[in-house]
Design a protein around this ligand. Structure first.
Ligand code: ADP
Ligand code: ZN
Ligand code: ZN
Length: 709
């Protein structure tokens, strides 16, 4: 007799209405079991979701049979399946897409079986437990934060200045969890792959006593074999500490008791394609889910800490998390002081340079150059930050007005001097710089504006005559996506900086994140004004975080405290954002910004989603959006009364790689209403899409809680 099973396989993005597929099996299979099943002509990986009573609408002869059972791998837990189910429904994607994207593709291969057995054996074989390392004595603020965290029942936000020792708090919290329960697991998330090596070595060092293979890293840059191995280690419980980027939030972690989200405000936690999930938000949800499951589904009894905790950390929290603290949903843990800072040391002194008072065309104000020169003479380092890579953002002909427009995007191609190319930073289209203007033949085409490459050149020229304390010439270096393309390039450039070979480092936001440079006493933001008046309501929040983060790179040693500085060149020195920066006052900034958001009904006070459409023409993309909005009104969709649909508009990057893009914003004061509406809207979107009039439509996607608008 056959057993009927609902099995989830990779399904196209928009078949959210279509659930799992039905298959037959000779033997009963547990929910969560990994299997291989026929799909069309292929055999694909699947996850048993549930056993069914019958074959449903299929006749017994129609249902295909499970081809193989990956019985070397334990079934995925009900908690994991629930997390995947929530992610799919909240972010309006298909269950199959989300589930299969969370699994390493190589599981499909039978080699996984052997690997799993090997892992099991390795885990069983006795270990060479190393001694525990000697731990640094905690600062008073670290101690207070840890105690409060241990007693709290809700998610906690560690609001700690850069250099206040947040990482040590994460490590101790992890240690407590691992000590308390033999099979416990901890997930530590960081926003970027670049930040994993440093933390990885600290984790390995700290948890060496647990035995080999207990710390693994999970991110998208692993080879398929590495990813499989790390995933299996997490799934089997062998790995007790999993360090990862956003994808790790969906890993199978049967013993999960703590999730740490470092730099929780970082936009990299939001997935920007497929299921556009926020790994930070999912971490909160997952911890709650696990806690409820562990507590047997009953409400928490007073006084006992939740069995699965979440610890967010940032010097500039997202306004969502900050508001959650104000409302008492999260517990705030404050660590305002840097480790070893002199009493009351608040960080670098902020200098605002009014660029309106400088000579026309000034790139770096003389006062700033003077301050940099003083650092060089003292053997200290400076960090110059400009959020635009390449040499110049555009190449132009001053005779006829030609500009280096990308042929495929509504953007300019950026001039890269090093290889004399014009490169589109959006579609990647690259060409050698033409000999003369393509329109009028004028040979005098010139760069306009400035990127990191040109800034590096300019600084080298301005500082050419200066000498370091040992009499050698000044060294200017650059770190951005271009200078770090080669394997190991970033690491070697960072080493140059750490070892003091570099005097002045020019870079994009890449250099502002996480690096613990010890000898920087000056940080400068060359041209941050663009974000002050952006159409994207989150731009000021991002700018403030970026500037605070950049600021945190300076004066990391107490001995430098007094003379470390952050310089900001701006045409708007009176802007309240800069005033808050000068005071190192995130709470003040947050208060202003939240008041503004509340007035406008923007997140975190309201909830938003975007419907994006891509087509060959802008007209077709917008027509689709208008039509589906109209269809929603006609159909009187549930939740629709409480959802505002704004008019269709072109996206800010309107054309990308020859595809025209448009979007429509949806807002609601009620998250459930918005969710209800979106779920009911999906079938209508598919219907309208299927109509002949929209043949030219390429695709559409819903972005729930979009980060940029
Ligand atoms: P954050 O993540 O808050 O920016 P880090 O965790 O990088 O700060 O800590 C800053 C520096 O202080 C690091 O070099 C770290 O090793 C050191 N540190 C952290 N806690 C302590 C402590 N309790 N005693 C001594 N040094 C510490
Ligand atoms: Zn010309
Ligand atoms: Zn392009």
């Amino acid at each position: 007799m056959s057993h009927w099973l609902d099995i989830v396989v990779a399904t196209p993005a928009h078949s959210s209405v279509a659930g799992p597929l039905t298959y037959a099996s000779e033997s009963p299979l547990a929910p969560g079991q990994l299997v291989r099943v026929p799909l069309g002509r292929r055999e694909v990986l699947g996850v048993v979701w549930a056993e069914r009573d019958d074959a449903g609408h299929l006749s017994a002869g129609q249902a295909k049979s499970v081809a193989a059972v990956l019985d070397g791998v334990d079934p995925l837990s009900s908690g994991w399946r629930e997390l995947i189910g929530f992610t799919a429904s909240y972010y309006q994607r298909s269950l199959g897409e989300v589930a299969l994207a969370a699994l390493p593709p190589q599981l499909r291969e039978l080699g996984a079986l052997q690997l799993a057995r090997r892992l099991k054996r390795a885990a069983q074989a006795g270990q060479e437990p190393a001694a525990r390392p000697v731990l640094p004595e905690l600062s008073a603020q670290q101690q207070t934060a840890l105690l409060a965290f241990a007693e709290a029942e809700k998610p906690a936000l560690l609001f700690g200045a850069t250099g206040s020792g947040k990482t040590e708090v994460y490590l101790r919290a992890a240690e407590q969890v691992l000590d308390a329960e033999p099979g416990a697991q901890v997930l530590v998330m960081v926003p970027e792959i670049n930040l994993t090596p440093q933390l990885q070595s600290r984790l390995h060092e700290r948890f060496a006593h647990l035995g080999a293979g207990r710390v693994v890293t999970l991110h998208s840059n692993l080879t398929p074999a590495q990813r499989l191995k790390a995933w299996l280690a997490a799934h089997s419980g062998q790995a007790q500490v999993v360090l990862g980027t956003r994808m790790a939030v969906l890993a199978s972690l049967p013993g999960l008791r703590l999730i740490v989200v470092d730099e929780e405000h970082d936009p990299s936690y939001k997935q920007q394609e497929g299921a556009r999930y926020s790994a930070r938000d999912l971490a909160i949800y997952r911890a709650r889910l696990e806690s409820q499951r562990l507590a047997g589904g009953t409400a928490q009894a007073g006084g006992t800490a939740a069995p699965c905790r979440v610890l967010l950390g940032s010097a500039t929290p997202s306004l969502e998390s900050w508001q959650a603290c104000l409302k008492g949903r999260y517990l705030r843990l404050d660590m305002p002081d840097r480790i070893g800072a002199a009493q009351g040391g608040v960080g670098p002194q902020v200098q605002l340079l009014d660029m309106g008072l400088q000579a026309r065309g000034t790139v770096l104000a003389p006062a700033l150059m003077q301050a940099i020169a003083e650092r060089v003479a003292r053997g200290e380092q400076s960090l110059i930050f400009l959020n635009r890579r390449g040499y110049a953002p555009v190449l132009a002909c001053h005779d006829c007005g030609w500009k280096s427009q990308c042929a495929h995007c509504s953007a300019f191609r950026v001039f890269h001097k090093l290889d004399r190319s014009l490169r589109c930073h959006h579609c990647g289209h690259a060409e050698p710089v033409p000999r003369g203007c393509p329109d009028c033949g004028n040979v005098d085409i010139a760069p306009v504006g400035r990127g990191t490459e040109k800034l590096e050149e300019h600084l080298s020229e301005l500082l050419a005559d200066l000498r370091r304390p040992d009499g050698s010439p000044v060294r200017v270096a650059r770190i951005d996506a271009d200078s770090t393309r080669g394997k190991g390039a970033l690491q070697s450039q960072l080493t140059q900086m750490h070892e003091g070979h570099t005097d002045v480092l020019v870079g994009t936001q890449m250099v502002t994140k996480g690096h613990d440079f010890r000898n920087i006493t000056l940080v400068a933001a060359v041209n941050p004004d663009g974000s002050l008046f952006s159409s994207d309501f989150r731009a000021p929040e991002r700018l403030f975080a970026l500037l605070m983060q950049a600021c945190g790179r300076a004066g990391r040693q107490a001995s430098q405290g007094g003379r470390s500085q952050m310089w900001v060149q701006t045409l708007h020195p009176g802007h309240p954002l800069f005033a808050a920066l000068k005071r190192h006052d995130y709470p003040g900034f947050a208060q202003d910004e939240l008041r503004h958001r509340q007035g406008a009904g923007l997140p975190p006070f309201g909830h938003a989603a975007l419907l994006r459409a891509e087509a060959r023409t802008q007209e077709a993309a917008q027509a689709f959006l208008r039509e589906v909005a109209e269809a929603a009104v006609q159909a009187g969709l549930p939740g629709g009364q409480r959802v505002v649909l704004y008019p269709a508009v072109p996206m800010s990057l309107q054309r990308l790689a020859n595809v025209e893009r448009a979007q429509m914003l949806l807002e609601s004061a009620s998250r459930p209403a918005l969710q209800q509406f979106l779920a009911a809207w999906q079938p209508l979107l598919a219907q309208v899409r299927a109509q002949a009039a929209h043949r030219s439509l390429i695709r559409w996607a819903i972005d729930v809680d979009p980060l940029s608008i």
